[in-house]
Design a binder for this molecule. Structure first.
Ligand SMILES: C[S@@+](CC[C@H](N)C(=O)[O-])C[C@H]1O[C@@H](n2cnc3c(N)ncnc32)[C@H](O)[C@@H]1O
Length: 297
């Protein structure tokens, strides 16, 4: 059964799904260019805040994925929750879910979503539309991947036994099944290295990993990575100095296939934005598999 990938970005959910994708929808031109170059078809460049019922119904998919913007719920943001206009596309899609009732839907967001009024609204709306919900938090570190990205996941099925489950355990300590070095570029771009003055100014507050440490685990890379030296993702110390991770290294840690590539016209800043906004393919696959949704792909 094909998947409808909403807020598709780079298409991580479709990669995790592994089966056919009916259509993707995203309003970002950069995301859509990279998506089209890698997935062989272009997403619909629709603003989901104003999407019409006939538009989504016309895509004829019974399985929907959505990874709506997380800024209304992030610890670093103002946490305006339902008052943030960036929640509107999610609320509009929820209205259409209540009307069109796809058999399965799944979504991802930041852990701050758990305590939000928006989550309460999502749960009430889905339960009123006859869905059984399973919610959890999962971090790729729990899968042996040396990068933190603790995220909220929801899988909802039409019908079911009505027994809603939640699993919000904290992420366990990580023992990498592959060292961080195995995700790194063979010949890092010299432009990735930070000036000594920056390292001196931020060295105490930035998270700098030892490239030779087999147990090194990176912090979560966000779309602010590279803009702010603190709290947006780890840096790496190697024989050449201290450097940023490349966008391609972040994609590898997120579980994208080696063949996935940014389109040449997409600037470096946009590559960090797209990678920092994306999903852990391995975590999404685990969530879908454990919810029994992948079996039907
Ligand atoms: C958290 S990212 C999702 C990343 C994606 N799942 C991936 O695999 O890379 C949110 C995405 O929603 C898109 N978006 C935000 N508001 C939107 C709207 N109103 N309509 C359509 N897309 C929107 C953004 O362009 C961004 O790509």
């Amino acid at each position: 059964m094909p998947l409808l990938e909403l807020f598709s970005g780079l298409g991580a959910a479709g990669i995790a799904w592994g089966g056919p994708v009916a259509a993707a929808v995203d309003q970002s031109p950069h995301a859509n260019a990279v998506y089209a170059a890698n997935h062989g078809f272009a997403p619909k460049a629709w603003n989901l805040a104003g999407v019409r019922s006939s538009q989504l119904a016309g895509l004829a998919a019974q399985r929907w994925w959505m990874s709506p913007p997380c800024q209304p719920f992030t610890v670093r943001g103002a946490r305006r929750d339902l008052d943030d206009p960036r929640v509107r596309p999610l609320l509009r899609v929820l209205e259409l879910i209540a009307e069109l009732r796809p058999a399965v839907l799944a979504m991802e967001n930041v852990p701050g979503f758990v305590a939000s009024a928006t989550r309460g609204h999502v749960r009430e709306s889905l339960m009123a539309s006859g869905y059984t919900l399973s919610e959890r938090l999962l971090c790729p570190t729990a899968l042996g991947i040396p990068m933190r990205r603790h995220r909220y996941y929801l899988v909802a099925r039409q019908g079911g036994n009505g027994l809603h489950t939640t699993d919000f355990d904290p992420a366990p300590a990580c023992t990498p099944s592959r060292p961080l070095t195995s995700y790194l570029d063979a010949a890092p771009d010299p432009a990735l290295y930070l000036p000594e003055a920056t390292v001196r100014a931020y060295g105490y507050s930035a998270n700098i990993l030892d490239g030779a440490d087999p147990l090194a685990v990176g912090t979560c890379f966000t779309s602010a990575y590279g803009r702010s030296p603190v709290r947006a993702g780890s840096y790496l110390r190697d024989l050449g100095g201290v450097r940023t991770f490349s966008p391609e290294e972040i994609l590898r840690l997120l579980g994208f296939p080696a063949s996935f590539a940014f389109s040449p016209e997409v600037p470096l800043r946009a590559r960090y934005d797209l990678a920092g906004n994306s999903l852990s393919v391995d975590a999404v696959r685990t969530v879908l598999r454990e919810a029994g949704v992948l079996d039907a792909a």
